[in-house]
Ligand binder design. Structure first.
Ligand code: 13P
Length: 249
């Protein structure tokens, strides 16, 4: 049985004051009991604040990105070791915004996935197609390419210690959610692709859905056989909506 995981990707949002309120709210709500594992991924500069506020609570935290390099002259970058120094357990790798806006390639993302795991972080690998790719019938080919780039680099055994997030780009921040069946079809495809290498790993890997998950659609998405939780953008910025999604798990 795979545990439901709900992770909030705050993207480039927040302030010390706003985060304090949000984290207080999340902590209080989670303390009342949610069955899902809850994770927040604040902007890197606020990770120390999250670490201070969340230590001792069941809520975990992670980064939104990391460098593939270990250390050195890489101005502006953040290493895997720095994230673990701040007790991050997770890091998002290959978010579509990193791919589209910052030119991250499949090969670079595979390196980042490997760097994260080498430091003991759980990488949350994002895959997903653009609207044009879906309309051209290329969804599975795109997702397979993104997945295989990482699989070929790290091997199937390493995938067992990672998490995958299917985030169709057309559903991110648009209010246009994939239907539960559309999402389920791609999740099942991902699992079946992993199963070609190792059925045991495929069965174990958590596959999250991301893209306009809201309190009113989370339960039906999470009820699908191969959807093991969500990666939440906009709705993770308010304690009440994030908690409602966590409770749907
Ligand atoms: P939204 O929930 O705002 O659509 O964002 C999804 C996402 O990109 C999470 O990583």
């Amino acid at each position: 049985m795979r545990q439901t995981l709900v992770a909030g990707n705050w993207k480039m949002n927040g302030s010390l004051d706003a985060n304090r309120q949000l984290l207080d709210g999340i902590k209080a709500g989670v303390a009342e009991g949610v069955s899902a594992k809850v994770v927040v991924c604040p902007p890197a500069i606020y990770i120390p604040q999250a670490a201070d506020m969340l230590t001792g609570s069941p809520v975990s935290w992670g980064g939104q990105n990391l460098s593939q390099e270990k250390a050195g002259a890489f101005t502006g970058e953040i290493s895997a070791d720095m994230l673990t120094d701040l007790k991050c357990e997770y890091v998002i790798v290959g978010h579509s915004e990193r791919r589209a806006l910052y030119g991250e390639t499949d090969a670079l993302i595979a390196e980042k996935f490997q760097a994260a795991q080498a430091a003991g972080l759980i990488p949350l690998l994002c895959v997903g197609e653009l609207l044009e790719e879906r309309e051209a019938g290329d969804t599975e080919a795109v997702v397979a390419r993104q997945l295989d780039a990482v699989l070929d680099k790290v091997g199937i055994a390493a995938m067992a210690a990672g998490i995958i997030a299917y985030e169709p780009v057309w559903a991110i921040g648009t209010g246009k959610t994939a239907t539960p069946q559309q999402a389920q079809d791609v999740h099942a495809f991902i699992r079946q692709r992993l199963a070609q290498s190792d059925a045991g790993v495929a069965e174990k890997v958590q596959i999250l859905y991301g893209g306009s998950v809201k309190p009113d659609n989370a339960a039906e998405l999470f009820a699908m056989a191969d959807i093991d939780g969500g990666l939440i953008g906009g709705a993770s910025l308010e304690a009440e909506s994030f908690l409602a999604i966590c409770r749907a798990g």
